[in-house]
Ligand binder design. Structure first.
Ligand SMILES: Cc1cc2nc3c(=O)[nH]c(=O)nc-3n(C[C@H](O)[C@H](O)[C@H](O)COP(=O)(O)OP(=O)(O)OC[C@H]3O[C@@H](n4cnc5c(N)ncnc54)[C@H](O)[C@@H]3O)c2cc1C
Length: 442
């Protein structure tokens, strides 16, 4: 069993791409603890299919910027969008350096695919398992680093704070039942999305927005908590559990959406919110629980080489994509809102950072452009690590110990009840934000 120390220089909550890339970019002489609720492969990063955006050439800058802003309904933070696009080549270079194998053209250059809302191909991919390819290489690199300890089945239940600064976390070890009070100079929340609070979602069920609820509890600012993306195409199923995503790049490569009479009813390559609205309207008109997706317009060779995971999953569910249409339905997919952070990942509480899907730095505006989230998570996680390195100062241990001593431990006596309360808090906050938005629109 792994024995945890009382204090780490940096604690990172979450082992998806954001948490791992942050840990990898913290100075190697600093001790870094990375925790995750389940095993590291139970992160949404692992599930990403379509790919990761990269600015293919300088001439594409304006068009990529405009596509991101248009998808986000121009509510994006332009400075964050600019930083993401300009940093995209560095992110892909870093990943290739870690051994990530992106698809290549015959001449060895990177191959790009296209997804909804993009005016040209600019998405790097590895078959339809880009997230797994990236996450496993980051994990392998992190495991080689002597200063990084990655511990599964440890759930953050709270942060330790005196109301002014963050001094670490309270966490429960799901294996030995131990409650830890862990101190740190810096804490990074990289705890992903909120799909687990919804009945139908493509996300892992363990992702329930705990960090968001904890920030709400401690007055750390959150933004746009009602900006929730629904993905237009998940495989329709009556089974309970996570919904299986049919990547947008399937439509990018030529698949079409059909109504109950197998007629096309929309432009499949518009941004996600618009395609989702078109599907929902069609389902209502037809009185159906799904619409059809036809992958047969895509050349067979392309389907085999680019989408083997989707082909296999559909076969397991009884659908042969080479011979028939598959039923698809929209489901919750991504969280654009979150813990307010600047372009260096800093939250409104000193010594507390938030990166990846759990944060909101405004890069996605009201609606995320496809394949911008792996990029955003990786880039701003690296920026957060650099900010920590550049301004590193040890926390005042007297204040940290006092904040730890002031914790009311009875709050953590029943962790599963506490996590349920956090879920309810997140849902309530979303509802309140929706009601507020509805009033403003009157
Ligand atoms: C099916 C699917 C396909 C996708 N495809 C793409 C794509 O092609 N391109 C793209 O750009 N994006 C895609 N996305 C979105 C993208 O994968 C995520 O936005 C991104 O990976 C988020 O990374 P993250 O590190 O912030 O969070 P995650 O990878 O979800 O990691 C969250 C981590 O936090 C941990 N955690 C959560 N709560 C706690 C707690 N209380 N205590 C301890 N640990 C905790 C979890 O255990 C996990 O390790 C897809 C998402 C899904 C679901």
């Amino acid at each position: 069993m792994i024995k945890l120390e009382k204090k780490y220089d940096v604690i990172v909550v979450g082992a998806g791409v954001a948490g791992l890339n942050c840990a990898l970019n913290i100075s190697p002489e600093k001790s870094v603890l990375v925790i995750c609720k389940d095993t590291p492969d139970k992160s949404d990063s692992y599930l990403a299919q379509g790919g990761i955006c990269r600015l293919p050439e300088d001439a594409d800058y304006q068009s990529y910027f405009d596509d991101t802003m248009r998808a986000g309904h121009y509510e994006n933070n332009p400075a964050a969008v600019d930083a993401m696009i300009r940093g995209s080549q560095e992110v892909i270079d870093d990943l290739i350096g870690y051994g990530v194998d992106f698809a290549r053209n015959a001449d060895g250059s990177l191959a790009y695919t296209k997804e909804g809302g993009h005016s040209r191909p600019r998405i790097c991919f590895h078959e339809d398992t880009t997230g797994r390819e990236i996450t496993t290489h980051l994990m392998a690199a992190a495991r080689l680093r002597r200063n990084i300890l990655i511990v599964p089945y440890v759930t953050m239940l709270d942060i330790i704070t005196d109301g002014k600064s963050c001094f670490g976390i309270v966490a429960k070890d799901g294996k030995n039942g131990k409650l830890y009070r862990l101190l740190s100079d810096y804490t990074v929340l990289a705890s992903g999305g909120i799909g687990g609070v919804f009945e139908n979602s493509t996300n892992f069920r363990v992702l329930t927005g705990d960090a968001l609820a904890i920030c709400l509890d401690h007055g750390v600012a959150v933004d746009h908590i009602n900006y929730i993306q629904i993905h237009p195409t998940t495989l329709y199923s009556k089974k309970k559990g996570r919904r299986f995503l049919i990547s947008e790049s399937v439509r990018g490569e030529g698949a079409v959406l059909l109504d109950k009479n197998f007629k096309r009813f929309t432009d499949e390559l518009r941004p996600r919110d618009i395609v989702t609205a078109a599907i929902r309207a069609q389902m209502q008109k037809d009185g159906t629980d799904f619409v059809w997706l036809d992958m047969r317009p895509i050349p067979v060779r392309e389907v085999i080489s680019h989408f083997p995971g989707i082909v296999q999953h559909c076969l397991n569910e009884g659908y042969d994509v080479f011979r028939e249409c598959i039923p698809v339905v929209p489901a919750q997919h991504y969280f654009m809102g979150g813990i307010r952070s600047d372009v260096k990942g800093a939250t409104t509480m000193p010594r507390l950072y938030a990166v990846g899907e759990t944060c909101c730095n405004g890069v996605h505006g009201k609606n995320r452009l496809a394949s911008n989230s792996l990029l955003e998570s990786l880039l701003f996680a690296k920026r957060a690590a650099q900010d920590i390195n550049n301004g590193y100062s040890p926390a005042d241990m007297a204040s940290a110990t006092a904040a730890e001593g002031a914790l009311d431990l009875s709050k953590y006596a029943n962790p599963s009840r506490l996590l349920k309360q956090y879920k309810a808090k997140v849902l309530q906050a979303i509802k309140a934000a929706e009601e507020e938005a509805a009033k403003e629109n009157l």
